[in-house]
Ligand binder design. Sequence first.
Ligand code: NAD
Length: 461
Amino acid sequence: MSDRIEKLINSAAGKKLLSAMGVTVATDLQRYKATQASYFSGAVLLGAGEDAKLLANIQENLSDSDAQVFYSPEAAAQVGGSADSNATSDRYQALVFDGSGFVDATELVAAYRFFNASIRKLKSSGRIVIIGRPHLQCANPEAAAAQRALEGLSRSLAKEVGAKGATAQLITVADGAEANIDSSLRFVLSPKSAYISGQVIKVRAADTDTGADWHKPLAGKIALVTGASRGIGEAIADTLARDGATVVGVDVAPMEAELGKVMSRLNGKAVIADITSADAPSIIAKALGELGGADIIVHNAGVTRDKTIANMSEQHWQMTLDINLAAAQRITAELLKTNTINDGGSIVGVSSMNGIGGQRGQTNYAASKAGVIGYVDFMAQSKELAAKNITVNAVAPGFIETAMTAAIPLFTRMFGRRLNSLSQGGLPVDVAETISFFGNPASRGVSGNTVRVCGQSWFGA
Ligand code: NAD
C-alpha cells in the first residue's frame, strides 16, 4: 500500500498535483554515466573579484572538458584580454567565481554583482562553484573575514538554487596548492557530485598525480571496503570497481553469501571477518598484503542501536562505538604498522549527518560518527601519513535511500527525505562517488575534509 502511494506521488501526475498545492517538487538529478564523453559539458560563465589568483588554473581545468567558457568583464580583464567580454549565453550549466583575491569586505560586492546578474540563467542540475582561500591563512583579519564570507555566500546560494536540482560549493585553496585544485573542480562540476551541496572542500599543497584518467582514475589500485555486501558498502564496492580498482570486501559470517555474490560480480576478493574481533586487523592486513598492499581503505561497516540514553543498555552503547569507531581505528593502526597502506593511499571514514547535528535516540551512534570526524581531523595532520602522502577524509551521508531508510514509516520517510535543499533523498552511489573522488590519485591535496552527502540537509552544522 505504502509503495503504491509513493509511486503515485512520484508519477508525473502526482508531481503536478503537489506543485499545484505549493509543495516543492524534487527535480530529477543528473548523475554520472560511464558513457559520457567528458566530466562537464555546456556553457560556463567565469567571474572574478579583484586580483583573482586561480583563473589560469580554472581555465586549464575547463579546457580539458567540453565546456564553452564565457567571461564576466572582470574575469576577462584578468585573463589577458584574450576573452571576448561581450559574449554571453542565454543559459549556463555552471557559474564559477574566483574570489581568492578578496582582502576586504567591501570588495565582496563583485560577487554580488556577478551572481545577481547571472543566477537566473543557471540551468536545472547546474553548478555554482566559488573559489577562495583558507581564511586562517590570510595575512590580516580583514582578509580572513572576506574569505570566510564566501562560505556564507555559497551555502546561501545553494539554498536558492536547490529547487532546480542545482548545487553550490566553495573550494578553498591553500597558498601553493593551486595546481591541486583540478580533481576537486572536476568533481564538483560533474554529475558525480549530484547530491552534494553547500559544502566546503579544502585543498592543500601535496605531491599530486595529474595523469589520472577521469573515467578510470583507480586503475591498478587495491581498495578495502568493510560492510561491502549490501547498501552503501555495496555501492562503494561497485563504484570503486567501475573506476578501475580491485576490491577486497569484508563482512560478517551471516552475510557470506551476499558478500560472495558482490565480490564475484566485481572480480574482487571476499574476506569474512567481524571487524570487532581481535584477529580482524591481522586477517585484513594479510589479505591486503597478498595483493601488494592497499591504496584505498574505506571504513564503511556500521550499525545503529537506537534508544534514548535512559533506556539504552551499556551493551548497545559499547557495541555501536566498537563497530562504528574503535574497530576502524584498530584496523588502520595494524595496516600502518605492517606497512600495508601504499604511499599515496587514501583512508576514508563513513560518518553521518547525525554525528554532526545529533539525533534523539542516537547518542551512541552520533558519538561514534562524531568520533569518526575527530579521528580524520587528527590523522590528517599526522607527519607519518604526510611523509607517505596518505590522505584521510570522511563522508557524512544524510538521508540515503537504502533498505534501512525504506523501513521508516511512509509519511516520516516522505518528510525526512525532503528536509534538504534538493528536496529528495540521495542514492548510495552518491556516497560512493565522493569516496572515489577521495581515492583518486589526483586528490592528494584533499585531506582532513568531511564532506556531507546530504543535499544540504537543513539539520546539523
Ligand atoms: P547496512 O546495514 O545496509 O550495511 C552495513 C554493512 O556493514 C552490512 O553489510 C553489515 O553486515 C556490515 N557490518 C555490520 N557490522 C559489522 C561487523 N562487526 N563486521 C563486519 N561487517 C559488519 O547499512 P548502510 O545503510 O549501507 O550504511 C553503511 C554506512 O553508512 C554505515 O556506517 C552507516 O552508519 C552509514 N550511514 C548510512 C546512512 C543511510 O541513510 N543509510 C546515513 C548516514 C550514514
